[in-house]
Design a protein around this ligand. Structure first.
Ligand code: AGP
Length: 600
């Protein structure tokens, strides 16, 4: 979603802003812009389209030197994609510049008020209103932003400067993330630490309801409510300062897909020993903490939800602990109490997904202990959790998740085993031996595996694709379907195989591929029947895992249910990208989507 970047200091601000925005590109956006504070006023350049369009404009028409500036990549919420609606936005006198991430919910009322007082609004955005509201308030920028932030309802982050105040800017956070770093002569602000990495080794994160006063060499943080000062802890910036690079791969999606075996090794490292014992001490989950867990509640969205659904299946089977996985966005509205002894597990690659964060807070308010399972140990979800399980999958740039999804499945399996052992349920050693072997086997599989061309062509031309599964394979079917629709824009849906005859079968004809996930052998006989029913209606049948006598069978080199699940994800991920490439789609940044979903 939107990316914010700000800089004050002796370097040419334009270079820092564009460099930082480039590192935020993966979040997804549709326009970009910068505002520089110069001796001749605010120099504003904004362009719809990729950051490349803005950079080319800046190369052709170099901006005047500036020691202060703010930049933005916009993911559209209010108002269409246009130069005019791109950020930054200015006030009527063009003295104040503002960038914004999030949604201002009372924008319509504020707009009417501002128009009635004679303000000239130049865009259709909610964000521009902030610049005009700041124009109306007296005092220094910190006080003015405090007043304005209190008037704006919703979840957002704002960054602003006023030419009249020289080398000074202010940022405020209400839910959307803000990272700040500084050295003796400079201060940097961004939506994520990844954008600060070329210049800094550590940063602070604003928490909700905090406002920061930023000047070269310092960042003073206050409570938004009353401007009481707050001491902030510094966090190491663990990502490299080099621009992320897909290396020998065509795009990040493919790079990350091939990184899966090493990501699985990394999440198991030091947590699973050769005898099959699991030790999650680094997460804070001691034997006593695990013993105290009476039930689990997984809160997640998208692929993270699918990995959680898999964990629910495994928990019931191997640890006999009640568990459920809930779409985080539905949780707040539907739950008013939780059973004692509930461990809420917020599963999120980014650690910033707003639905998951809001659900985590609600679960905590209802008395749950919270475990954050994230790929970003300094993220908001991690900071607000009692226990943190670091996924260690490495940065995931592609909007469509690959390695984070399967590594979450590995991490959750470790959690299942640790819980089973702590509750004295089953001896999981044999199963975990297969898990340890999975990375090497997956590497060989990825080297040798080729998708049948006919399958790619059939899916690329299909009006829709159906995925089926049972038990753990229902979550894999959902993931396969999500990958295909995200990347190729082909309509697809996943159903429980048992549901087929109760309605979805009406969708089946000879143009519709039906892909049946069968990584858990015990469901093979029933899945074979479901596939036969679809094939009898002309469907182009595909099986993944067990041989279901389909037109196309994608066999896997491991039969252990968890290892087969991990390996089964690979052909589905490859199918999605192959179909998307056949249709000429953008792979790393699919249309309309963002990597880190920070607005509800
Ligand atoms: C996965 O391919 C998607 N891009 C998306 O569904 C994602 O899994 C979801 O938005 C949750 O993100 P998170 O794991 O960062 O919380």
């Amino acid at each position: 979603m939107c990316g914010i970047m700000g800089y004050v200091g002796p370097r040419p601000a334009v270079n820092v802003l564009v460099g930082g925005l480039r590192r935020l590109e993966y979040r997804g956006y549709d326009s970009a812009g910068i505002a520089l504070g110069t001796t001749d006023g605010i120099h504003l350049v904004k362009r719809a389209g990729p950051l490349r369009v803005l950079s080319e404009e800046l190369e052709q028409n170099p901006p005047p030197p500036a020691a202060i500036g703010i930049g933005h990549t916009r993911w559209t919420t209010h108002g269409g994609v246009s130069d005019r609606n791109a950020h930054p936005h200015l006030d009527c006198r063009e003295q104040i510049a503002v960038v914004h991430n999030g949604i201002i919910e009372n924008a319509s009322e504020l707009r009417l008020e501002l128009e009635s007082r004679g303000h000239e609004l130049r865009s259709e955005t909610d964000s521009e209103l902030v610049a005009h509201l700041l124009e109306e308030v007296e005092g220094d920028l910190l006080h003015r932003l405090q007043v304005v932030a209190k008037r704006c309802e919703g979840a957002y982050a704002l960054l602003a400067f006023d030419l009249a105040e020289g080398l000074h800017m202010c940022a405020v956070r209400r839910t959307s993330p803000i990272a700040i770093g500084f050295n003796e002569a400079e201060v940097f602000v961004a939506s994520g630490a990844i954008a600060l990495a070329p210049w800094l080794e550590r940063c602070i994160y604003l928490d909700d309801g905090e406002i920061a006063d930023l000047r070269p060499g310092r960042a003073d943080v206050f409570r938004l409510a009353d401007l009481a000062p707050i001491e902030k802890a510094f966090h190491e910036i663990s990502v490299s300062g080099d621009l992320p690079d897909a290396g020998r791969h065509r795009h990040f999606y493919m790079k990350e897909l091939y990184e899966q075996p090493s990501a699985w090794r990394s999440v198991m490292q030091g947590r699973l020993d050769d005898s099959g014992n699991v030790d999650l001490a680094d997460t804070g989950l001691t034997h006593e903490a695990l013993r105290a867990v009476q039930r689990l509640l997984f809160l997640a969205m998208g692929s993270s939800l699918h990995a959680s659904q898999m964990a629910v299946e495994r928990l019931q089977q191997f640890a006999q602990i009640p568990a459920e996985a809930i779409l985080a966005s539905e949780f707040r509205d539907t739950r008013t109490f939780l059973e004692p002894g509930t461990l809420a597990v917020a599963v999120s690659q980014s650690g910033e997904t707003i639905d998951t964060l809001a659900a985590l807070r609600h679960a905590r308010d209802l008395g749950a202990t919270v475990l954050g399972l994230v790929n970003a140990p300094s993220s908001t979800i991690a900071r607000e959790s009692d226990f943190v399980f670091d996924l260690r999958a490495g940065t995931e740039i592609s909007v469509a998740s690959t390695k984070a999804f399967t590594t979450q499945a590995v991490a959750l399996e470790l959690l299942v085993s640790a819980l089973a052992a702590a509750h004295g349920r089953v001896d999981t050693t044999g199963r975990l031996a297969a898990l340890r072997a999975a990375p090497a086997i997956a590497e060989d599989f990825l080297m040798e595996f080729r998708l049948p061309e006919d399958l790619i062509a059939r899916c690329a031309a299909a009006p829709g694709v159906i995925f089926l599964g049972r038990g753990q394979d229902l979550s894999l079917a959902r993931e396969g379907s999500l990958k295909l629709k995200e990347l190729s824009y082909i309509w697809s849906e996943a159903f429980a195989a048992g549901e087929l005859k109760h309605g979805p079968l009406a969708l089946v004809d000879s143009r519709v591929p039906v892909i049946v996930c069968a990584t858990d052998q015990k469901h093979a006989p029933k899945l074979r029947n479901s596939l036969a029913e679809a094939s009898a209606r002309g469907a182009y049948g595909v099986s993944v895992g067990a041989d279901l006598h389909a037109t196309i069978h994608l066999g896997l080199p491991m039969h252990d249910s968890l290892a087969a699940y991990l390996l089964g994800a690979l052909p589905l991920q490859l199918l999605a990208v192959s179909v998307a490439e056949a249709r000429g789609c953008s792979i790393d940044q699919p249309r309309n989507l963002a990597k880190s979903v920070t607005v509800e």
